[in-house]
Write a protein that binds this ligand. Structure first.
Ligand SMILES: [Zn+2]
Length: 238
């Protein structure tokens, strides 16, 4: 007649667990979320934040999805060539083990890029921020090319300290762009691509998407013109 099993077992006595969590002496964790369409500078913002933390003496690590391997596997890269070493992983729960338990314990800040690809985002953030006292900074797409919720990025809003929605610039009119338009008629579920496949658009041009896709195909042909200044991020849209 004991069992009141909490799903989260804190440092109780019993099975020799000892100090598994040690909540008392840890700093409180934080969760910060950066969302927006493709080419909005999410990765740049994430890197800036993580670097600032590093510069102020905190121990940092960066994680990205191993799904997108078009660019450097072990670094996060922005369009302006800024690089940061990272762990490319299929899921987040494997991070602690891969990184090493001792090293993980000393870690203050964890950056996560392409967060829409991680199915275990919510569980990881809960554990890392609530129990382990980490500051988590997440960058990801809030919506896919059909403006549907993407992965579990929106699921972490309720556990976030702050949410920042960045905008890009509409490639057709220059206004602020909130959405990602797929330029091609491709409808398969997962399509990884950069500015050859996707572009940021304002609401009006998103709504007129079909017309736009045709127009762009005519102007663009295989993609040379519109590649100038919008390579902020290369991530996939489902
Ligand atoms: Zn527009």
């Amino acid at each position: 007649m004991s069992s009141f099993k909490s799903p989260i077992s804190l440092a109780t006595s019993g099975d020799g667990g000892g100090d598994r969590v040690g909540l008392s002496h840890r700093a409180s964790g934080e969760v910060h979320v950066i969302v927006g369409p493709m080419f909005a500078g999410k990765t740049t913002a994430l890197l800036r934040r993580v670097k600032a933390e590093s510069n102020s003496g905190r121990s940092v690590a960066m994680i990205k999805s191993s799904k997108d391997t078009r660019y450097a596997i072990n670094s996060v890269v922005t369009h302006d060539g800024t690089k940061f070493p990272c762990w490319a992983l299929p899921n987040l729960m494997s991070f602690r083990q891969k990184f090493g338990a001792d090293a993980y314990d000393k870690l203050d800040v964890i950056g996560i890029d392409e967060a829409q690809f991680f199915d275990d985002l919510y569980d990881f953030c809960c554990k890392a921020a609530d129990l382990d006292g980490k500051t988590i900074v997440i960058a990801g797409l809030d919506g896919d090319y059909l403006r549907r919720s993407f992965g579990s990025v929106l699921d972490i809003i309720p556990i976030a300290d702050s949410i920042t929605k960045l905008t890009a610039r509409c490639e057709l009119c220059g206004k602020r762009a909130f959405f990602t338009l797929r330029k091609t008629g491709e409808t398969k579920t997962e399509l990884i691509g950069g500015s050859d496949v996707y572009m940021p658009v304002c609401r009006q041009h998103y709504v007129n998407g079909q017309v736009v896709v045709v127009a762009v195909q005519n102007v663009l042909k295989p993609c040379s013109k519109i590649q100038s200044d919008s390579h902020m991020e290369e991530v996939a849209v489902v």
